[in-house]
Design a protein around this ligand. Structure first.
Ligand SMILES: NC(=O)c1ccc[n+]([C@@H]2O[C@H](COP(=O)([O-])OP(=O)(O)OC[C@H]3O[C@@H](n4cnc5c(N)ncnc54)[C@H](O)[C@@H]3O)[C@@H](O)[C@H]2O)c1
Length: 276
């Protein structure tokens, strides 16, 4: 975007969102921009961020700058912060959301290499994000960081140990970082999405038996939408959450409240009809 626009509020608030090419990250970047933030939208490729160009002419949307980089690389975090500071002079919020799912069986060839990659993308990226965002937030008078964890970090799923382990690490990393940064005016929290309809879960959505089995475990009896995660992230990053620090907020239709001792064999048809 060539021209910088001024948020309609007249107040410059600046946010970074990683994994902004799709799903929860894209919905979050769009929401922050629609509510007056200047946004650095980060994803792996320029193609993933092509949607940003379409926002150029949308009225009442503050500026969004795309930046292609791999969050597993510490340079990406350094650069995304530099973009925010060079362009707008401050940083108020960082949504460290990029992640990958899947993973090998324990005994598969290459399991350790794939695990290392998952940890680098899902966990080390949060460390990089905090390391580089926090100094800029201190200079801005404080800030808020929100990491995307997962209900998968609360326990185990068969065949999903690498992802389960990575998201469990995110949850406690956020708690630990909150201990270090609270006194510096930087709040750090996490959201734990349950099953959410995004690019990441397209495959699952197309497997009727698995989809239905997952649905049965969600008390609200539907999957979440990216916009519902974006609203929770917005809240945690906003002044409305000014005394909320070091928490994991499940945004999961009640999945994590389910003791999991049994799944009802089928849902009443009425519950499947309305996602509202
Ligand atoms: N969709 C779900 O059901 C669900 C549930 C729990 C947690 N989550 C978490 O939510 C977050 C967002 O996932 P989503 O569901 O929106 O998935 P998504 O695949 O739709 O979006 C994730 C985005 O992250 C980007 N990304 C992946 N690796 C990257 C890297 N190394 N560097 C930069 N960008 C990278 C992808 O290109 C993609 O655009 C992830 O951390 C995911 O683990 C999702």
């Amino acid at each position: 975007m060539a021209e910088q626009r001024v948020a309609s509020s007249g107040l410059t608030r600046v946010a970074i969102v990683t994994g902004a090419g799709s799903g929860i990250g894209r919905a979050t970047a769009e929401l922050f921009a629609a509510r007056g933030h200047f946004v650095v939208a980060v994803d792996l490729t320029d193609d993933a961020l092509a949607w940003v160009a379409d926002m150029a002419d949308v009225a009442d949307v503050a500026d969004i700058v795309p930046f292609a980089g791999d969050v597993a690389d510490d340079v990406t975090a350094a650069t995304m912060v530099s973009i925010a500071i060079d362009r707008w002079g401050r940083l108020d919020a960082a949504v460290l959301n990029a992640g990958i799912v899947g993973g090998p069986g324990f005994e598969e060839p290459g399991a350790l290499e794939r695990f290392d990659r998952m940890i680098a993308v899902n966990v080390r990226s949060i460390v990089s994000g905090i390391r580089h965002c926090a100094p800029a937030m201190r200079r801005s008078g404080g800030g808020a960081i929100v990491a995307t964890a997962s209900t998968s970090g609360l326990g185990g799923d068969r065949g999903n140990w690498a992802y389960n382990a990575s998201k469990a690490a995110v949850i406690n990393l956020v708690r630990a970082a909150a201990m270090d940064y609270g006194s510096q005016g930087i709040r750090i929290n996490a959201v734990a999405p349950g099953p959410t309809e995004t690019g990441m879960t397209v495959g699952l959505q197309r497997m009727p038996a698995l989809h239905a089995a997952m649905l049965r475990r969600v008390p609200l009896q539907r999957w979440g939408q990216p916009s519902e995660l974006a609203e929770a992230i917005w809240f945690l990053a906003s002044p409305a959450a000014s005394f909320i620090h070091g928490v994991l907020l499940p945004v999961d239709g009640g999945l994590s409240a389910n003791a999991g001792h049994y799944d009802p064999p089928e849902l009443p048809a009425a519950n499947l009809a309305d996602p509202g």
